[in-house]
Design a binder for this molecule. Sequence first.
Ligand SMILES: Cc1cc2nc3c(=O)[nH]c(=O)nc-3n(C[C@H](O)[C@H](O)[C@H](O)COP(=O)(O)OP(=O)(O)OC[C@H]3O[C@@H](n4cnc5c(N)ncnc54)[C@H](O)[C@@H]3O)c2cc1C
Ligand code: SF4
Ligand code: SF4
Length: 468
Amino acid sequence: MAAGGATTATPTITCFHPKRIEMEMLGPEESVESFTEVVKGYSEEQARLEADRCVECGICVATCPAHMDVPDYIRSIRDGDYAKGLKLMYRTNPFPATCGRICTRRCESVCPVGIQGEPVAIRWLKRFIADQVPADEYQRILNDQPGSSGRQVAVIGAGPGGMSAAYYLRRKGHAVTVFEAEDKAGGMLRYGVPSYRLPDAALDKDLDYIRSLGVEMKFNTRVGRDIQMAELLDGYDAVFISTGLWVPSSMRIQGEEHPRVMAGLRVLDEVANGRDPGIGKSVAVIGGGNVAMDAARVSRRLGAEVTILYRRRIEDMPADPEEIHEAQAEGVRIVIQAIPVEVMDAEQPGRVAIKWGEAEMVPDPNGGRPRPVLQEERMHTDSFDTIISAIGQGSDLDFISKEDQEQLEVKWGKFIAGDYQATRMQKLFVGGDVANRTADAISAIEDGHHAARGIDRFLSGAAGSGAV
Ligand SMILES: Cc1cc2nc3c(=O)[nH]c(=O)nc-3n(C[C@H](O)[C@H](O)[C@H](O)COP(=O)(O)OP(=O)(O)OC[C@H]3O[C@@H](n4cnc5c(N)ncnc54)[C@H](O)[C@@H]3O)c2cc1C
Ligand code: SF4
Ligand code: SF4
């Protein structure tokens, strides 16, 4: 209490700038015109100023699924020592150029700098380091010199999970062969995530370095069709499965097999392969996750008017809020609390109609999230050139026999992984989207690293058969 009874306000002391250094981005009018990367990246001066906001508390380390050494790599930016930053990043993540662009950045949600302002731009600083070091300097700086253990590991799937496992297994000296159904590596990062968020050049920079360690790639080779699981189990000392989620989920409504209904994954795959998916000029996207948002923004770039129909509220959407904001800025219309009921022919030939009803959000008496309940008296019918269904995806495990699936423990189409990503089958390890609940790139990368440690322990005799 001050003299005279007046209270004095506690002064607010801030040791860092509360706002992050603004990132230069393409404006929405420009961004919808092409597939050019939207986020331009920091300059050296901007990156150092942003790095200066980090107080090195280390809280973010535990929240990053890969436990990346964030404070130290951020310090390397302040010191201008990017080679050191790159080395630190590769200890736990061989996809820094990729994660620096599209990581779900859970680390930022706990950064205390965000309490009085915006969290440190951890993801963009990671990208900055990876972008500073030319690809032809990686070998000299990282100095990976794989020996030869005489052991051979098969990896199924060349997504971030499989390729992360391949990298850390090669570092341990094990020979690695990756079996991949598609004709290129990268998995969903190449065939799902659009290039305006993750250009091929950035993804390839990460993948090329991993491959340069002598990973053998067998492209256009689907396990279960071109080679059987039993051959891999017989011919290799260990097998790692990271086959992802590639089967679009059904909307479970009448008429969804209509020829003008397309899966979001298919639209993205066509575009990634340089083909025109032929969506027309007006599109409805059903869903509220990553795939829905990417399909909507890709459709805008193909010149369509886009309406998203989502059954819950904006705050319930699983997509990154930044993505939702950018989609809206690019002219995507979002209709919330809209439940699709039926798909049918539109009056105009060649178009498709969707009947949908408004939903009321009803609180859950058990404290769960509110549930959307269809209001039968508030129905609408709208027609479009194409309806894009993007409500989720599941796994295709047909390459594993039913008996083996039972032995392996598969729940809701996902493997249950034990310690070090091991399974109940000897020498079989699993990871990535097909085994974890988070289904994002950095979790797949960490699963791959973790499995590589487990396989190495198993091959060196430190961990029995590898079975859990
Ligand atoms: C549209 C979209 C946007 C996304 N956006 C983000 C994002 O912004 N940030 C983020 O962190 N994550 C994002 N994700 C999720 C991310 O892409 C995945 O979590 C990640 O790619 C999973 O890696 P993975 O290695 O487990 O599987 P995948 O990347 O799916 O790779 C699996 C690989 O296995 C191959 N394969 C499958 N079956 C076989 C078989 N029988 N034989 C041989 N090969 C096979 C596939 O062809 C594929 O290459 C997005 C996903 C999608 C679809
Ligand atoms: S990989 Fe993702 S979660 Fe981990 S530190 Fe980087 S941005 Fe954060
Ligand atoms: S939580 Fe934020 S301030 Fe703390 S080390 Fe991480 S980036 Fe720096």
